[in-house]
Design a protein around this ligand. Sequence first.
Ligand SMILES: Nc1ncnc2c1ncn2[C@@H]1O[C@H](COP(=O)(O)OP(=O)(O)OP(=O)(O)O)[C@@H](O)[C@H]1O
Length: 635
Amino acid sequence: MSGRDMIGIAKTGSGKTLAFLLPMFRHIADQPELESDDGPIAIIMTPTRELAMQIGKECRKFSKSLNLRCVCVYGGTGISEQIAELKRGAEIIVCTPGRMIDMLAANSGKVTNLRRCTYIVLDEADRMFDMGFEPQVMKIVDNVRPDRLTVMFSATFPRQMEALARRVLTKPIEVTVGGRSVVCADVEQFIIVLEDTQKFLKLLEILGLYQERGSCLVFVHKQEHADELMKNLLKHGYPCMSLHGGIDQYDRDSTMEDFKAGNIKLLIATSVCSRGLDVKDLVLVVNYDCPNHYEDYVHRCGRTGRAGNHGYAYTFVSHDQGRHAGDLIKALELSKTPVPEELKVLWQKFKDEMEADGKKISSYSGFHGKGFKFDETEAELANDRKKLQKAALGLQDSDDEDAGLDIEQKIERMFASRKRVCDVNQSLTSLPSASNINNVQSQSNLEKLELAKKAASQINILKNTTAEPLDVNQQAAAAILKGGVAVTHVSSKTIAEQMAEKINAKLGYRPMTEEEKEAELGILPANQVAEPTKRYEEELEINDFPQTARWKVTSREALSQISEFSDAGITVRGIYIPPNKDPKEGERKLYLGIEATSEIAVQKAKAEITRLIKEELVRLQNSYQPISKNRYKVL
Ligand SMILES: Nc1ncnc2c1ncn2[C@@H]1O[C@H](COP(=O)(O)OP(=O)(O)OP(=O)(O)O)[C@@H](O)[C@H]1O
């Protein structure tokens, strides 16, 4: 309420939605009214479409009487109605980040814009900052005025995620109500260790106990399992539906509506339903497949025991899932629930097995490798590569939240970056490996200037004859995101100057300033001449990223855009070496060389390269649709 940025952490079902809606209404009431063509004053971002719908519904309960308009913008459904609604104007947009970006770019920015946006909510903030959403969230947040109010809410907030989140907050206050990342005390937890073959019968037994008392939600790990289990339950006389990312959005919406209205009492879902969903009278959660990380367990269990009601959460762990036992023990201990002996035994067994393999177990989940063939760093690197390649091939479940944690760090590690700083003048003779400068080493500065000018003018001619729409489009998109008008005009002279600057950077040549020229002509005293500048270089290995990610950062357009944006020269060097092959003598794996006259320029270029690779990895993973949508239609 006081206008500070904040991180709010409170247990599931405690009413966090209202905690950000009420101050938001007050904030909007203090702003001047929207004029035609104004975008929203408040944006609420959520990780799932169902959650966006739910928050939109909650918001409208209040906004109607306050004469405010709230529009839900989320993917998977027709874009035209959402565009029409936005064009009529809305003070509040509840959205999933991907579709919001589509809207901002739609119709050259005439649909909506961020000019008036001063209040941003990131609900389920920790989820919003993992691999799936961070690039999109940052794209939006970075284009909202810096003096905005930003608030983040979640029931869980791992420390490593918090550091990332704080990048978009200004001196935030952190409000924690009750525990941080703890299962709500109103949820009674049961862990059952059993064989896979016993799971279905156990589920029938549990449903027999609870089905009469209210709605039940069963979580499975994969989309196929959800459909399979639904069929089996239908066969056994339990009317139910399934809900997951592979189902058409219209069917997802209607299933969710039916489940919330109590028309369907039993829902089989993947973790797409684990966060934020609020279903009245949901009395039972069954983790038919054990969640594969701690936060997911907390959120899944939190679908029951909401708003002061009592709920029950059962979790099945099979004997070969000892690796998850640590997280479950942690969850039980933190919520002061006795840990079953069988679970302790399972965990101990897993730890013993790992230790026998030479792997050290940390207190709960995860282990630190002590491989036989690799040293620790190599093992980690190999593992990261495997994961990224898996992601690129779409081999992970699309609802697997674990997939992208700390992806930037992994990319950074794969870059195996090498840095160098050198004096410009020295560098001309001491850095023969630095790309195109070999043939100009012995030339004088004046000759180099002439060379740069000629090359720039040739490129300029080429630019004018083969226009590059991408450059212009990108500028337009940036302008639209900022709420401006998409006008881009770059004169030939400017292009020539920019190209000359870039070539100068590559050559390691710094043109003389007016003062220096005058000094050389004897007009200024020599002691007023500026000190020689330094050149900063960094090499980033890109050989082992998936092919499309490599293409993305080596294309001519991408390189010229990054150069333009960062003021650094970038060259593609080395050759591509396939996996499991070593470079021959004198060869180097494919890498990018960045050179600039300031460290900031190098960092800007590197950040952009990282962003492009990350975006591509996310795209590859999200575009994986293994199963035909039609299979999931429930008639
Ligand atoms: N002051 C209140 N008194 C009674 N019920 C409330 C109050 N505030 C919120 N609720 C109800 O509590 C339920 C849970 O609220 P909400 O969905 O905001 O929880 P949450 O903290 O966001 O949970 P999650 O972490 O799962 O997203 C909703 O049904 C809401 O209507």
